[in-house]
Design a protein around this ligand. Structure first.
Ligand SMILES: Cc1cc2nc3c(=O)[nH]c(=O)nc-3n(C[C@H](O)[C@H](O)[C@H](O)COP(=O)(O)OP(=O)(O)OC[C@H]3O[C@@H](n4cnc5c(N)ncnc54)[C@H](O)[C@@H]3O)c2cc1C
Length: 424
């Protein structure tokens, strides 16, 4: 912790390195940090922003995402944010004269129990409310679109044709490139090691290289965000919880243009990838870690000693009801990473309670790629001192009261929210 009157002492420790001044400092170069830099530079051409990333851009959760861009979902608060992502993706393609190559294959929702049929009916209403095309498919139509899917047990199958998946690294990088073209400073290999504050007002950051003073600081440090907020005495309501998926070997039953599939009765999802099938299944008890125990470089963390095989054996039966060929398929890749989960599966966004000049963009609940546009827009506008055009009331940091994000009780609470998740 560093008060303003202490920072001169820190300066001398920095051995004469200069103190810089920016309007905005963004901590973390994942998709959230990059998106915030994009909108801030676009809407404030006269202002100076620096994004600080201790590794490479998009090295952590972002590059590991399955990147389903689910737009129509039961959590209404996410929908306008995702609509914004689709919009900005098109804008950036024009701006850079390159394609992001979104795979607009659509999302199939397979309901195989009365409860899930009711949920699907509600989802179809939500699609209408947000002017998104959605309709039911016959079993035969569903089978033709997805040869790997066993539809016998399906009672209703819904389809949202305009949903897509993407390359998350490329999407994050597009945000950063556009921001850089408009003057954002992007510094890689620079770690923020503390906040500079005067009481509750954040005035800047100390980094591995220098002191940077700023009007506003945004903590977009992914699952590490609670470590910085703790300096201000605030417990961010989220925890690093593992997401994992597998990719099968190539086979003719996985055409590249087949839709993404959500199987809520199996708590599973799937989409085509490189001629094979990428799929994830919720495990009974999700692996959770304290933010203090997640290494700086995520590739140093061992997510599973057996590439998720035990989890696959334990939970695969649920998926086999819909994907019987799973038992004959070789698994080619295993991918795992941490996302910041919350007990109510809502994001953690906005002003940090009891502070000034300090915002957070985190707690992505495994949906950060799809909502990145809305997160970037809303936080950039708040950082500019303007009203947020999006409704972030469901994402307020204070909604759980005073919590300790490092306690075992809290970590388990967040992990069970992931275990109960039925969407992608
Ligand atoms: C296996 C998996 C599957 C997923 N599937 C989907 C999906 O299908 N759809 C979807 O929408 N989302 C999905 N997600 C979630 C998505 O990846 C995340 O929500 C999103 O990437 C979060 O972005 P972020 O910028 O908050 O975090 P990150 O990408 O983790 O970025 C945070 C950055 O902050 C940097 N940092 C941290 N501390 C400091 C510091 N002190 N100084 C400087 N830099 C610092 C880190 O190095 C890191 O680069 C998935 C995630 C995983 C792991």
């Amino acid at each position: 912790m560093m008060a303003l009157d202490n920072y001169l002492k820190y300066r001398s420790l920095m051995k004469g390195r200069s103190v810089e001044k920016f309007d905005l400092v963004i901590i973390g170069g994942g998709i959230f940090g990059c998106a915030i830099a994009y909108y801030y530079t676009k809407n404030n051409p006269e202002k100076q922003v620096v994004l600080l990333e201790r590794n490479e851009l998009n090295n952590a959760a972002t590059s590991r995402a399955a990147a389903l861009m689910t737009m129509v979902r039961s959590k209404r608060a996410y929908i306008p944010l995702t609509i914004e992502t689709f919009k900005v993706a098109k804008d950036m393609e024009v701006e850079l004269g390159e394609t992001l190559d979104f795979k607009e294959v659509g999302m199939m929702h397979v309901a195989a129990s009365e409860a899930k049929v009711r949920d699907l009916a509600k989802l179809m209403e939500i699609a209408k409310e947000y002017n998104q095309e959605a309709y039911y498919l016959t079993k035969e139509e569903a089978q033709n679109k997805t040869p790997w899917l066993k539809v016998d047990e399906a009672l209703k199958i819904g389809f949202v044709p305009n949903e897509a998946y993407c390359d998350p690294y490329m999407l994050g990088t597009f945000f950063a490139r556009c921001a850089k073209n408009r003057g954002a400073k992007i510094r890689l290999g620079v770690e923020v090691i503390g906040l500079i504050h005067d009481g509750g007002t954040v005035k800047g950051v100390k980094t591995s290289e220098a002191v940077i003073m700023a009007e506003t600081v945004v903590d977009a440090a992914g699952v590490w965000a609670p470590l910085l907020a703790k300096e201000m005495g605030v417990g961010l309501p989220m925890a690093p919880v593992r997401s994992q998926y597998w990719i099968t070997e190539r086979a003719d039953i996985f055409p590249a243009n087949s839709p993404m599939v959500l199987l809520p009765d199996a708590q599973a999802y799937a989409r085509p990838e490189g001629g094979g099938l990428l799929f994830g299944i919720r495990e009974g008890k999700s692996l959770v870690a304290s933010p203090k125990d997640v290494p700086r470089d995520i590739s140093d963390f061992v997510f599973s000693a057996d590439e998720g095989m035990e989890d696959l054996f334990e939970n695969g039966e649920r998926l086999a009801r819909f994907f019987p060929a799973i038992y004959d398929m070789g698994i080619k890749y295993y991918v795992a990473g941490f996302s910041g989960y919350t007990p109510d599966s809502q994001l953690v966004l906005g002003d940090v309670p009891g502070t000034k000049g300090f915002l957070v963009a985190s707690g992505c609940c495994g949906a950060g790629i799809s909502v990145a546009g809305g997160v970037g827009l809303g936080i950039a506008e708040m950082a500019s001192g303007r009203p947020n055009p999006l409704d972030f009331s469901a994402f307020e940091i204070s909604r759980f009261g005073d919590i300790d994000p490092f306690s075992e009780e809290w970590l388990n609470k967040c992990a069970s929210s992931r275990s109960n998740k039925v969407s992608g």
